[in-house]
Design a protein around this ligand. Structure first.
Ligand code: G3I
Length: 406
Protein backbone atom coordinates (compact mmCIF):
# COMPACT_ATOMS: atom_id res chain seq x y z
CA UNK A 1 0.00 0.00 0.00
CA UNK A 2 2.67 2.38 1.05
CA UNK A 3 4.67 1.73 -2.10
CA UNK A 4 1.68 2.30 -4.41
CA UNK A 5 0.84 5.58 -2.63
CA UNK A 6 4.40 6.74 -3.20
CA UNK A 7 4.13 5.64 -6.84
CA UNK A 8 0.85 7.54 -7.32
CA UNK A 9 2.32 10.65 -5.74
CA UNK A 10 5.37 10.39 -7.95
CA UNK A 11 3.21 9.91 -11.05
CA UNK A 12 1.16 12.98 -10.18
CA UNK A 13 4.37 14.96 -9.69
CA UNK A 14 5.79 13.76 -13.00
CA UNK A 15 2.61 14.56 -14.92
CA UNK A 16 2.56 18.03 -13.34
CA UNK A 17 6.15 18.57 -14.43
CA UNK A 18 5.34 17.39 -17.95
CA UNK A 19 2.27 19.64 -18.08
CA UNK A 20 4.34 22.72 -17.39
CA UNK A 21 5.54 24.74 -20.38
CA UNK A 22 9.26 24.81 -20.96
CA UNK A 23 11.48 27.89 -21.02
CA UNK A 24 10.49 30.02 -24.10
CA UNK A 25 7.35 27.87 -24.52
CA UNK A 26 3.82 29.24 -24.82
CA UNK A 27 1.85 29.37 -21.56
CA UNK A 28 -1.28 31.33 -22.42
CA UNK A 29 -3.19 33.57 -24.78
CA UNK A 30 -6.62 33.61 -26.40
CA UNK A 31 -7.31 30.18 -27.90
CA UNK A 32 -4.41 28.51 -26.04
CA UNK A 33 -5.44 25.13 -24.63
CA UNK A 34 -2.05 24.00 -23.29
CA UNK A 35 -0.37 24.45 -19.95
CA UNK A 36 -0.56 27.82 -18.25
CA UNK A 37 2.27 27.20 -15.80
CA UNK A 38 6.00 27.39 -16.45
CA UNK A 39 8.95 25.29 -15.37
CA UNK A 40 10.92 26.49 -12.40
CA UNK A 41 13.16 29.50 -13.07
CA UNK A 42 10.79 30.97 -15.65
CA UNK A 43 7.65 33.06 -15.40
CA UNK A 44 4.58 33.13 -17.62
CA UNK A 45 4.61 36.58 -19.19
CA UNK A 46 1.86 38.19 -21.27
CA UNK A 47 3.37 39.24 -24.58
CA UNK A 48 0.06 40.15 -26.21
CA UNK A 49 -3.56 38.99 -25.77
CA UNK A 50 -2.85 35.98 -27.98
CA UNK A 51 0.53 34.96 -26.69
CA UNK A 52 2.08 34.43 -23.26
CA UNK A 53 5.50 32.90 -22.92
CA UNK A 54 7.70 31.31 -20.22
CA UNK A 55 10.58 33.75 -19.94
CA UNK A 56 13.64 33.22 -17.75
CA UNK A 57 13.45 34.76 -14.29
CA UNK A 58 10.59 35.38 -11.93
CA UNK A 59 7.49 37.49 -12.44
CA UNK A 60 9.17 40.51 -10.87
CA UNK A 61 12.06 40.50 -13.37
CA UNK A 62 10.20 39.68 -16.56
CA UNK A 63 9.94 42.24 -19.37
CA UNK A 64 6.97 44.61 -19.25
CA UNK A 65 3.61 43.55 -20.61
CA UNK A 66 3.18 44.92 -24.11
CA UNK A 67 -0.19 46.50 -24.69
CA UNK A 68 -1.46 46.40 -28.26
CA UNK A 69 -2.76 49.65 -29.73
CA UNK A 70 -6.26 48.15 -29.88
CA UNK A 71 -7.58 45.13 -28.11
CA UNK A 72 -8.76 42.49 -30.57
CA UNK A 73 -12.15 41.00 -29.83
CA UNK A 74 -12.24 38.27 -32.48
CA UNK A 75 -10.84 34.84 -31.62
CA UNK A 76 -7.98 33.50 -33.77
CA UNK A 77 -8.91 31.68 -36.93
CA UNK A 78 -7.03 30.07 -39.76
CA UNK A 79 -9.21 31.37 -42.57
CA UNK A 80 -8.46 34.50 -44.58
CA UNK A 81 -10.01 37.63 -43.14
CA UNK A 82 -10.25 41.20 -44.28
CA UNK A 83 -10.53 43.66 -41.45
CA UNK A 84 -7.83 46.09 -42.54
CA UNK A 85 -9.82 49.31 -42.42
CA UNK A 86 -9.64 51.29 -45.64
CA UNK A 87 -9.88 55.09 -45.38
CA UNK A 88 -12.33 57.06 -47.55
CA UNK A 89 -11.19 57.45 -51.14
CA UNK A 90 -9.63 60.82 -51.99
CA UNK A 91 -10.78 62.49 -55.19
CA UNK A 92 -8.76 64.06 -57.99
CA UNK A 93 -6.14 63.05 -60.50
CA UNK A 94 -3.17 62.22 -58.27
CA UNK A 95 -1.67 58.74 -58.02
CA UNK A 96 -3.58 57.35 -55.01
CA UNK A 97 -6.89 58.97 -55.94
CA UNK A 98 -6.64 57.35 -59.37
CA UNK A 99 -5.62 53.96 -57.89
CA UNK A 100 -8.70 54.06 -55.64
CA UNK A 101 -10.91 55.08 -58.58
CA UNK A 102 -9.50 52.04 -60.43
CA UNK A 103 -10.75 49.82 -57.59
CA UNK A 104 -7.44 49.30 -55.79
CA UNK A 105 -6.87 49.75 -52.06
CA UNK A 106 -3.91 52.10 -52.39
CA UNK A 107 -0.97 53.54 -54.23
CA UNK A 108 1.70 53.86 -51.56
CA UNK A 109 5.34 54.42 -50.76
CA UNK A 110 8.07 53.25 -48.44
CA UNK A 111 9.49 55.81 -46.05
CA UNK A 112 12.04 55.88 -43.26
CA UNK A 113 12.25 57.62 -39.91
CA UNK A 114 15.26 59.76 -40.76
CA UNK A 115 13.29 61.20 -43.70
CA UNK A 116 10.46 62.47 -41.50
CA UNK A 117 12.43 65.57 -40.51
CA UNK A 118 12.55 66.72 -44.16
CA UNK A 119 9.56 69.05 -44.32
CA UNK A 120 9.37 69.33 -48.10
CA UNK A 121 9.52 65.53 -48.37
CA UNK A 122 6.91 65.06 -45.65
CA UNK A 123 4.53 67.53 -47.30
CA UNK A 124 4.26 65.25 -50.35
CA UNK A 125 4.36 62.04 -48.27
CA UNK A 126 1.42 63.29 -46.19
CA UNK A 127 -0.79 64.01 -49.18
CA UNK A 128 -3.13 61.06 -49.39
CA UNK A 129 -4.22 62.00 -52.89
CA UNK A 130 -0.69 60.83 -53.81
CA UNK A 131 -0.13 58.04 -51.26
CA UNK A 132 -2.75 55.94 -49.49
CA UNK A 133 -0.30 53.56 -47.83
CA UNK A 134 3.12 53.59 -46.16
CA UNK A 135 5.74 50.84 -45.67
CA UNK A 136 8.53 51.31 -43.11
CA UNK A 137 11.83 50.79 -44.98
CA UNK A 138 13.66 49.70 -41.82
CA UNK A 139 11.97 50.42 -38.52
CA UNK A 140 9.84 47.28 -38.18
CA UNK A 141 12.66 44.87 -39.04
CA UNK A 142 13.99 42.46 -36.43
CA UNK A 143 17.17 44.43 -35.61
CA UNK A 144 15.05 47.51 -34.98
CA UNK A 145 12.24 45.88 -33.02
CA UNK A 146 13.83 43.12 -30.91
CA UNK A 147 17.53 43.99 -30.72
CA UNK A 148 17.86 41.89 -27.57
CA UNK A 149 15.89 38.78 -26.85
CA UNK A 150 12.47 39.64 -25.43
CA UNK A 151 13.17 43.39 -25.42
CA UNK A 152 10.93 45.11 -27.95
CA UNK A 153 11.24 48.67 -29.20
CA UNK A 154 8.39 50.07 -31.22
CA UNK A 155 9.42 53.73 -31.28
CA UNK A 156 10.51 53.90 -34.93
CA UNK A 157 7.62 51.84 -36.24
CA UNK A 158 5.12 53.77 -34.13
CA UNK A 159 6.37 57.03 -35.61
CA UNK A 160 5.60 55.82 -39.13
CA UNK A 161 2.24 54.39 -38.07
CA UNK A 162 1.31 57.75 -36.55
CA UNK A 163 2.41 59.56 -39.71
CA UNK A 164 0.12 57.26 -41.71
CA UNK A 165 -2.83 57.44 -39.28
CA UNK A 166 -2.92 61.21 -39.19
CA UNK A 167 -3.08 61.33 -43.00
CA UNK A 168 -5.62 58.57 -43.59
CA UNK A 169 -3.07 56.10 -44.97
CA UNK A 170 -2.95 52.35 -44.34
CA UNK A 171 0.20 50.47 -43.32
CA UNK A 172 2.06 47.47 -44.62
CA UNK A 173 4.21 46.00 -41.86
CA UNK A 174 7.66 44.95 -43.10
CA UNK A 175 8.73 42.35 -41.93
CA UNK A 176 8.62 39.54 -39.30
CA UNK A 177 11.09 36.92 -40.54
CA UNK A 178 13.99 37.72 -42.88
CA UNK A 179 17.58 36.54 -43.09
CA UNK A 180 18.82 40.13 -43.32
CA UNK A 181 18.94 42.86 -40.69
CA UNK A 182 18.74 40.11 -38.11
CA UNK A 183 20.43 40.68 -34.74
CA UNK A 184 23.28 38.30 -34.03
CA UNK A 185 21.50 36.95 -30.94
CA UNK A 186 19.11 35.29 -33.43
CA UNK A 187 21.52 34.32 -36.20
CA UNK A 188 24.31 33.14 -33.90
CA UNK A 189 22.30 31.97 -30.91
CA UNK A 190 22.76 28.26 -31.57
CA UNK A 191 19.14 27.64 -30.67
CA UNK A 192 17.39 24.28 -30.84
CA UNK A 193 14.39 23.89 -33.12
CA UNK A 194 12.04 24.23 -30.13
CA UNK A 195 13.74 27.39 -28.92
CA UNK A 196 13.78 29.01 -32.35
CA UNK A 197 10.11 28.13 -32.81
CA UNK A 198 9.26 30.04 -29.64
CA UNK A 199 11.49 32.90 -30.67
CA UNK A 200 9.71 33.26 -34.03
CA UNK A 201 6.29 32.93 -32.37
CA UNK A 202 7.18 35.56 -29.84
CA UNK A 203 8.68 37.94 -32.40
CA UNK A 204 5.91 37.68 -35.01
CA UNK A 205 3.15 37.45 -32.41
CA UNK A 206 4.39 40.52 -30.59
CA UNK A 207 4.94 42.63 -33.71
CA UNK A 208 1.65 41.78 -35.35
CA UNK A 209 -0.09 42.02 -31.98
CA UNK A 210 1.30 45.53 -31.47
CA UNK A 211 0.51 46.73 -34.99
CA UNK A 212 -3.09 45.57 -35.30
CA UNK A 213 -5.26 45.76 -38.38
CA UNK A 214 -2.72 46.29 -41.12
CA UNK A 215 -1.06 44.26 -43.84
CA UNK A 216 2.13 42.36 -42.96
CA UNK A 217 5.02 40.95 -44.95
CA UNK A 218 5.36 38.08 -42.48
CA UNK A 219 7.99 36.12 -44.38
CA UNK A 220 10.46 38.01 -46.55
CA UNK A 221 12.67 36.58 -49.31
CA UNK A 222 12.60 32.85 -48.48
CA UNK A 223 14.09 31.74 -51.81
CA UNK A 224 17.37 31.96 -53.67
CA UNK A 225 17.20 33.11 -57.29
CA UNK A 226 17.42 29.50 -58.52
CA UNK A 227 14.27 28.65 -56.56
CA UNK A 228 16.00 26.70 -53.79
CA UNK A 229 15.36 27.62 -50.18
CA UNK A 230 17.63 30.31 -48.81
CA UNK A 231 20.08 28.99 -46.28
CA UNK A 232 19.63 31.02 -43.10
CA UNK A 233 19.20 30.37 -39.40
CA UNK A 234 15.47 29.77 -39.83
CA UNK A 235 15.70 27.26 -42.67
CA UNK A 236 18.83 25.60 -41.33
CA UNK A 237 17.24 25.02 -37.91
CA UNK A 238 13.60 24.38 -38.76
CA UNK A 239 13.48 23.52 -42.45
CA UNK A 240 10.52 24.94 -44.31
CA UNK A 241 8.35 24.76 -41.17
CA UNK A 242 9.57 28.20 -40.11
CA UNK A 243 7.18 29.65 -42.70
CA UNK A 244 4.20 27.86 -41.06
CA UNK A 245 5.33 28.95 -37.61
CA UNK A 246 5.63 32.61 -38.58
CA UNK A 247 2.34 32.73 -40.49
CA UNK A 248 0.43 30.95 -37.72
CA UNK A 249 1.85 33.23 -35.04
CA UNK A 250 0.92 36.32 -37.09
CA UNK A 251 -2.61 35.07 -37.72
CA UNK A 252 -3.10 34.19 -34.05
CA UNK A 253 -1.85 37.59 -32.92
CA UNK A 254 -4.29 39.48 -35.13
CA UNK A 255 -6.86 37.59 -37.17
CA UNK A 256 -7.68 40.85 -38.98
CA UNK A 257 -4.21 41.31 -40.43
CA UNK A 258 -3.53 40.37 -44.05
CA UNK A 259 -0.49 38.11 -44.00
CA UNK A 260 1.90 37.95 -46.95
CA UNK A 261 5.04 36.28 -48.20
CA UNK A 262 7.18 38.79 -50.06
CA UNK A 263 10.07 38.26 -52.50
CA UNK A 264 11.91 39.63 -55.53
CA UNK A 265 12.59 38.01 -58.91
CA UNK A 266 9.27 36.16 -58.70
CA UNK A 267 7.78 38.63 -61.20
CA UNK A 268 8.79 36.59 -64.23
CA UNK A 269 8.32 33.00 -65.32
CA UNK A 270 11.14 30.89 -63.90
CA UNK A 271 12.37 28.67 -61.11
CA UNK A 272 11.91 31.21 -58.33
CA UNK A 273 8.30 32.07 -59.26
CA UNK A 274 7.57 28.35 -59.56
CA UNK A 275 8.91 27.75 -56.06
CA UNK A 276 6.73 30.51 -54.66
CA UNK A 277 3.67 29.16 -56.50
CA UNK A 278 4.40 25.69 -55.10
CA UNK A 279 4.86 27.09 -51.60
CA UNK A 280 1.47 28.82 -51.73
CA UNK A 281 -0.19 25.63 -53.05
CA UNK A 282 1.46 23.63 -50.30
CA UNK A 283 0.45 26.05 -47.52
CA UNK A 284 -3.13 26.15 -48.79
CA UNK A 285 -3.35 22.36 -49.03
CA UNK A 286 -2.29 22.06 -45.37
CA UNK A 287 -4.55 24.84 -44.09
CA UNK A 288 -1.68 27.13 -43.13
CA UNK A 289 -2.93 30.73 -43.19
CA UNK A 290 -1.62 32.98 -45.97
CA UNK A 291 -3.48 35.84 -47.61
CA UNK A 292 -1.12 37.27 -50.17
CA UNK A 293 2.09 37.29 -52.15
CA UNK A 294 4.15 40.47 -52.41
CA UNK A 295 6.06 40.97 -55.65
CA UNK A 296 8.82 43.43 -54.84
CA UNK A 297 9.46 44.61 -58.43
CA UNK A 298 12.96 46.12 -58.19
CA UNK A 299 13.34 46.49 -61.96
CA UNK A 300 15.80 47.87 -64.51
CA UNK A 301 14.72 50.38 -67.18
CA UNK A 302 13.81 48.55 -70.38
CA UNK A 303 13.70 45.19 -68.62
CA UNK A 304 10.28 45.00 -67.00
CA UNK A 305 9.23 41.35 -67.30
CA UNK A 306 6.49 40.78 -69.83
CA UNK A 307 5.13 37.89 -67.75
CA UNK A 308 4.32 40.12 -64.73
CA UNK A 309 0.56 40.14 -65.29
CA UNK A 310 0.39 36.43 -66.02
CA UNK A 311 2.45 35.59 -62.92
CA UNK A 312 0.12 37.68 -60.75
CA UNK A 313 -2.85 35.84 -62.27
CA UNK A 314 -1.22 32.50 -61.47
CA UNK A 315 -0.90 33.53 -57.82
CA UNK A 316 -4.45 34.84 -57.54
CA UNK A 317 -5.74 31.63 -59.14
CA UNK A 318 -4.42 29.86 -56.03
CA UNK A 319 -6.71 31.91 -53.79
CA UNK A 320 -4.31 34.58 -52.55
CA UNK A 321 -4.20 38.28 -53.32
CA UNK A 322 -1.08 39.96 -54.68
CA UNK A 323 0.51 43.37 -54.25
CA UNK A 324 3.43 45.14 -55.85
CA UNK A 325 5.36 45.96 -52.72
CA UNK A 326 8.69 47.66 -53.48
CA UNK A 327 8.54 49.06 -57.00
CA UNK A 328 11.47 51.01 -58.42
CA UNK A 329 13.01 50.99 -61.91
CA UNK A 330 16.68 51.90 -61.98
CA UNK A 331 18.88 53.03 -64.84
CA UNK A 332 22.58 53.37 -65.53
CA UNK A 333 23.52 57.00 -64.87
CA UNK A 334 23.55 59.62 -66.19
CA UNK A 335 19.84 59.79 -66.93
CA UNK A 336 18.98 60.78 -70.50
CA UNK A 337 15.65 61.86 -71.99
CA UNK A 338 15.48 58.50 -73.73
CA UNK A 339 16.02 56.58 -70.49
CA UNK A 340 13.45 58.72 -68.65
CA UNK A 341 10.94 58.13 -71.46
CA UNK A 342 11.54 54.39 -71.32
CA UNK A 343 11.14 54.54 -67.53
CA UNK A 344 7.77 56.27 -68.01
CA UNK A 345 6.67 53.38 -70.25
CA UNK A 346 8.01 50.85 -67.74
CA UNK A 347 6.12 52.35 -64.79
CA UNK A 348 3.01 52.51 -66.95
CA UNK A 349 3.33 48.83 -67.82
CA UNK A 350 3.79 47.74 -64.20
CA UNK A 351 0.77 49.72 -62.98
CA UNK A 352 -1.29 48.48 -65.93
CA UNK A 353 -0.47 44.88 -65.00
CA UNK A 354 -1.73 45.42 -61.44
CA UNK A 355 -4.79 47.26 -62.71
CA UNK A 356 -5.64 44.34 -65.01
CA UNK A 357 -5.49 41.73 -62.22
CA UNK A 358 -8.48 42.01 -59.91
CA UNK A 359 -6.61 40.32 -57.05
CA UNK A 360 -3.77 42.87 -57.19
CA UNK A 361 -4.70 45.15 -54.30
CA UNK A 362 -2.18 47.95 -54.69
CA UNK A 363 1.26 49.23 -55.61
CA UNK A 364 3.97 50.58 -53.31
CA UNK A 365 7.06 52.40 -54.60
CA UNK A 366 10.24 51.83 -52.56
CA UNK A 367 10.33 55.46 -51.62
CA UNK A 368 8.83 57.98 -53.95
CA UNK A 369 11.93 60.12 -54.48
CA UNK A 370 15.47 59.56 -55.77
CA UNK A 371 16.58 61.61 -52.77
CA UNK A 372 16.05 58.60 -50.50
CA UNK A 373 16.35 55.63 -52.83
CA UNK A 374 18.37 52.62 -51.66
CA UNK A 375 19.58 52.00 -55.24
CA UNK A 376 22.73 54.16 -55.67
CA UNK A 377 24.38 52.79 -52.51
CA UNK A 378 23.75 49.21 -53.60
CA UNK A 379 24.23 49.32 -57.40
CA UNK A 380 27.26 51.41 -58.25
CA UNK A 381 26.63 53.79 -61.17
CA UNK A 382 22.87 53.22 -61.13
CA UNK A 383 20.00 55.27 -59.77
CA UNK A 384 17.12 57.61 -60.72
CA UNK A 385 14.80 54.69 -59.97
CA UNK A 386 11.88 56.57 -58.41
CA UNK A 387 8.98 58.62 -59.85
CA UNK A 388 10.03 61.87 -58.16
CA UNK A 389 13.59 63.19 -58.62
CA UNK A 390 16.06 64.12 -55.88
CA UNK A 391 14.64 67.69 -55.86
CA UNK A 392 11.16 66.29 -55.19
CA UNK A 393 9.99 67.12 -58.71
CA UNK A 394 7.83 64.64 -60.62
CA UNK A 395 9.58 62.78 -63.42
CA UNK A 396 8.01 61.38 -66.60
CA UNK A 397 7.66 58.12 -64.64
CA UNK A 398 4.96 59.77 -62.53
CA UNK A 399 2.95 60.49 -65.68
CA UNK A 400 3.31 56.82 -66.59
CA UNK A 401 1.77 55.89 -63.23
CA UNK A 402 -1.20 58.24 -63.51
CA UNK A 403 -1.79 57.36 -67.17
CA UNK A 404 -1.98 53.68 -66.27
CA UNK A 405 -4.43 54.17 -63.38
CA UNK A 406 -6.68 56.48 -65.48
O1 G3I B 1 21.02 52.58 -39.06
C1 G3I B 1 22.37 52.55 -39.52
C2 G3I B 1 23.11 53.74 -39.05
O2 G3I B 1 23.17 53.71 -37.65
C3 G3I B 1 24.50 53.75 -39.68
O3 G3I B 1 25.17 54.91 -39.33
C4 G3I B 1 24.40 53.65 -41.20
C5 G3I B 1 25.76 53.55 -41.86
O4 G3I B 1 25.71 52.86 -43.08
O5 G3I B 1 23.69 52.51 -41.52
C6 G3I B 1 22.36 52.52 -41.02
O6 G3I B 1 21.74 51.36 -41.40
C7 G3I B 1 21.35 51.27 -42.77
C8 G3I B 1 19.85 51.10 -42.83
O7 G3I B 1 19.45 50.86 -44.17
C9 G3I B 1 19.09 52.28 -42.29
O8 G3I B 1 19.38 53.41 -43.05
C10 G3I B 1 22.06 50.07 -43.38
O9 G3I B 1 23.44 50.31 -43.45
C11 G3I B 1 21.51 49.81 -44.76
O10 G3I B 1 22.05 48.59 -45.25
C12 G3I B 1 20.00 49.69 -44.71
O11 G3I B 1 19.56 49.50 -46.02
C13 G3I B 1 18.24 49.03 -46.13
C14 G3I B 1 18.24 47.66 -46.81
O12 G3I B 1 16.90 47.23 -46.99
C15 G3I B 1 18.98 46.63 -45.98
O13 G3I B 1 18.88 45.39 -46.56
C16 G3I B 1 17.46 50.01 -46.98
O14 G3I B 1 17.35 51.25 -46.29
C17 G3I B 1 16.06 49.44 -47.27
O15 G3I B 1 15.41 50.29 -48.17
C18 G3I B 1 16.21 48.06 -47.87
O16 G3I B 1 14.93 47.53 -48.11
C19 G3I B 1 14.89 46.21 -48.70
C20 G3I B 1 13.63 45.55 -48.20
O17 G3I B 1 13.60 45.55 -46.80
C21 G3I B 1 13.52 44.12 -48.74
N1 G3I B 1 13.62 44.10 -50.18
C22 G3I B 1 14.79 44.77 -50.74
C23 G3I B 1 14.83 46.22 -50.24
C24 G3I B 1 15.99 46.97 -50.89
O18 G3I B 1 17.22 46.44 -50.49
Amino acid sequence: MKLSAIFLGLAAYVSLAIAQSQEWGQCGGIGWAGSTTCVSGTACTVINPYYSQCLPGTASTTPPVITPTTTPTTPPSTGPTSTVSIPPSPTGTNSNALARAAGKLYFGTATDNSELSDTAYVAILSDNTYFGQLSPANSMKWDATEPEQGVFTFTGGDQIVNQAKVHGQIMRGHNCVWYNQLPSWVSNGGFTAAQLTSIIQNHCGTLVGHYQGQIWDVVNEPFNDDGTWRSDVFYNTLGTSYVDIALQAARAADPGTKIYINDYNIEMTGAKATSMLNLIKNLKSRGIPVDGVGLQCHFIVGEVPTSLQSIMQQFTALGVEVAITELDIRMTLPATNALLAQQETDYKNVISACKAVSGCVGVTVWDYTDKYSWVPSTFSGQGEACPWDANLQKKPAYSGITAAWS
